[in-house]
Design a binder for this molecule. Structure first.
Ligand SMILES: Cc1ncc(COP(=O)(O)O)c(C=O)c1O
Length: 401
């Protein structure tokens, strides 16, 4: 809220204290998470075709019917607090993963859990390491905890594509860190590494630091070499696996995520968990969503078809596009992307700008249904037609995907 929104009472000083200077640790200079655009304002402004929201990697397939029905039923009694332990959901999750309920910790989205891990284990003398082009929340979590942040260079950081994690560089950075965050597959690059490579990385990183493997997009993976790191928990007690219902399960609006790990680790995190952090509607819908494995399979299959199709369409236009095991593609236009971004927005198509990630020539595009993807391509073609001369040419012969 801007200073001065609340008028000073008569006779009172209007000087607003420097609250930023009061903030502890790194919070004083912390910039909040950037969601890309003011999506609500864009929705209000959108024309007859509505807004095509391709900026936040939500599922165009939505939630399964059972989850919607469970959410509706849970609305029946909003006067009661939810189960503070989310026991039924934890039991259901544990059963599916071959774990016990004590190996599951629920979060108000996995974002909350990513922050909670740093709050508990990072600090001025306990650094956080992550790969360059890793998810923005990792650096925010470190800074909020007052912890040094070590960014390990990504693979091919100086080339246009791809920009996957360099696990050797990350293992090197990990030596000085208490927490390592890595997403597999990764946001915003879409890149991934196989479970064997992760196992080797965990062995190299050693047992004295927490390795958080963020699997927000794992349900979209079709590469058989990539299975959940939950399969490695028995070998690596310092591993914490993060998952979410926001992506393939189509429940981003309800904010339900979870961490899988050793009971002794989760018990420490539990000390700072907000009571009732997952609401009753979210608990019910997530549990029902788990039961509909056919919905996830169908979502994965449809997403993979659109991923291949849009990838080919973009490459045919000479646009550099990275490999992806997620529900989005990272495009490199080969020139500063803000003009194309503005032209897409003018056509009510919302991409995710990548300036904040140090990738000013890139845009990240969530895969939609085929009609969405066709609409995106038409808007992109028009936007590129309006882009500065030479922009298309710069893309020709772009780096391989
Ligand atoms: C890699 C990654 N991790 C975690 C999250 C947070 O997801 P949520 O808080 O909705 O569970 C996101 C959201 O986009 C993400 O991309």
């Amino acid at each position: 809220m801007p200073a001065g929104t609340i008028p000073a009472a008569a006779g009172m000083s209007s000087a607003i204290p420097d609250f930023g200077a009061w903030a502890q640790g790194g919070v004083g200079s912390l910039r909040p998470y950037d969601p890309g655009h003011d999506i609500v304002a864009l929705r209000r402004r959108a024309g007859a075709d509505g807004l095509l929201e391709l900026g936040s990697n939500e599922s165009p397939h939505g939630a399964c019917p059972a989850a919607k029905a469970a959410a509706a039923a849970a609305l029946g009694d909003l006067s009661r607090y939810p189960d503070p332990l989310g026991q039924d959901l934890r039991v259901a999750l544990a059963r599916g993963l071959g774990l016990g309920p004590d190996n599951i910790l629920l979060g108000n989205g996995s974002h909350e859990l990513l922050m909670q891990v740093a709050q508990v284990f990072a600090g001025p003398g306990a650094a956080v390491a992550a790969s360059q082009f890793g998810f923005a929340v990792y650096a925010i979590a470190a800074q909020a905890a007052g912890a040094p942040f070590i960014a390990a260079p990504a693979l091919g950081a100086d080339a246009r594509m791809p920009r996957g994690h360099d696990l050797d560089a990350l293992a090197h950075a990990a030596a000085d860190a208490r927490i390592v965050y890595l997403a597999n597959p990764n946001n915003p690059t879409g890149t991934w590494f196989g479970t064997d490579a992760l196992d080797a990385f965990l062995s190299r990183a050693g047992p004295d630091r927490l390795v958080v493997v963020d699997e927000a997009y794992i349900e979209y993976a079709t590469d058989p070499s990539l299975v959940s790191a939950a399969s490695l928990l028995a070998r690596h007690p310092n591993l914490l696996v993060m998952r979410t219902f926001s992506k393939a399960h189509g429940l981003a609006g309800l904010r339900v995520g979870y961490a899988c790990g050793h009971a002794a680790l989760l018990a420490v995190l539990e000390r700072v968990r907000e009571s009732f952090n997952v609401n009753a509607v979210g608990l019910a819908a997530a549990q029902a969503a788990l039961g509909d494995t056919a919905h996830i399979s169908a979502t994965r299959a449809a997403n993979a078809i659109e991923r291949d199709w849009l990838h080919a369409q973009l490459q045919a236009r000479g646009i550099a596009v990275g490999p992806s095991q997620t529900n989005f593609l990272l495009l490199d236009l080969g020139h500063e992307a803000s003009q194309v971004e503005a032209a897409l927005l003018a056509r009510d198509v919302v991409p995710r700008p990548m300036r904040g990630y140090g990738l000013p020539t890139c845009l990240r595009i969530t895969l939609g249904l085929r009609d969405d993807n066709l609409r995106f391509l038409a808007a992109l073609d028009a936007a590129l037609g309006a882009a500065p001369a030479g922009a298309q040419r710069a893309n020709e012969g772009g780096a391989p995907a």
